[in-house]
Design a protein around this ligand. Structure first.
Ligand SMILES: [Zn+2]
Length: 289
């Protein structure tokens, strides 16, 4: 397994830290780059210092050294992916439109008063037809909604898989999945808001007094940074698609919390055999708890 830290940055000092094959110019104001470092690497400590400095200075002027988003990527060999019972689905196709922008209605009346998680879908999930890509079978909206194609639904039925129901969207050929099997994310899963911000760990209180976990409902106001671990459950043997019981993310504007998605090896084989698109798979661990 290869573990990469990916981050967007600008600034000459950070650029000089990286070899030419570790950075790609994305363009934009202030020359934004995407950096890629194989973990572990001692330069990550230097990046943390840059990040700390910009956080302290509240430095949002992009002409200086500046790191914006950062995340981890895990690359596996086939035998590493073959060796585990369940895998986490990492959607590779996110569209920059969401249900609420297309007339989808949610009921927020029962939401957690602290973090606003727990909304209920009370209409069909609608997305403008022109914004639904033909090049993916598993599509994520930037607000964390999941859409699948008719091809995926037909394959799911043909392969006799279990754990997903589906509802037709207004646009023919697209469905939204209903996944009832919920897996518990175990407490050793690393959660944070940013890989370069180690002070903000789950269970810890950050310097500005906010916790990463909603004290009222347990929603994670951050993302999973490492491979996810789930608590063993009988349903793992019987189903092929799962979501996490806990949700992750933030409620801000249209952005919203979403669960993690997991699948069986049978589901992965279906995706690979039928060349379904929109997926990457990550190893997920099962722990007894
Ligand atoms: Zn909450």
């Amino acid at each position: 397994m290869k573990h990469f830290l990916i981050f967007r940055f600008c600034g000459q000092d950070i650029k000089n830290l990286l070899n030419e094959n570790e950075r790609t110019l994305l363009g934009g104001y202030g020359e934004i780059y995407e950096g890629r470092i194989l973990v572990p690497d001692e330069r990550i400590e230097v990046l943390k210092l840059f990040f700390k400095e910009q956080t302290n200075k509240n430095n949002f002027i992009r002409t200086e050294n500046f790191i914006s988003s950062a995340w981890y990527e895990f690359h596996y060999t086939k035998s590493e992916l073959d060796s585990v019972k369940i895998l986490r689905i990492i959607p590779t196709r996110t569209i920059m439109i969401c249900g609420e922008e297309c007339g989808t209605e949610y009921d927020y009346s029962g939401c957690c008063p602290e973090c606003n998680s727990g909304r209920k879908l009370i209409s069909h999930l609608n997305i403008h037809k022109s914004r639904l890509p033909k090049s993916a079978d598993w599509i994520r909206t930037y607000a964390g909604e999941t859409i699948v194609t008719e091809k995926l639904v037909n394959c799911f039925v043909d392969y006799n898989l279990a754990g997903m129901n589906y509802i037709q969207m207004n646009t023919i050929g697209y469905f939204y999945p209903i996944i009832k099997e919920k897996l518990e994310i175990s407490s050793d899963t690393e959660i944070n808001v940013h890989p370069l911000y180690p002070e903000l760990r789950d269970g810890y209180i950050s310097p500005d007094g906010t916790s990463l976990r909603c004290k009222k409902c347990g929603a994670f106001c951050g993302d999973v940074l490492a491979e996810a671990s789930v608590v063993n459950s009988n349903s793992i043997e019987k189903n092929d698609l799962f979501i996490s019981r806990q949700v992750f993310g933030v409620s801000r504007g249209y952005l919203y919390y979403e669960p993690l998605y997991f699948c069986s090896q049978k589901f992965r084989r279906m995706v690979e055999t039928e060349k379904l698109k929109g997926f990457k798979f990550e190893v997920a661990h099962i722990v007894e708890q």
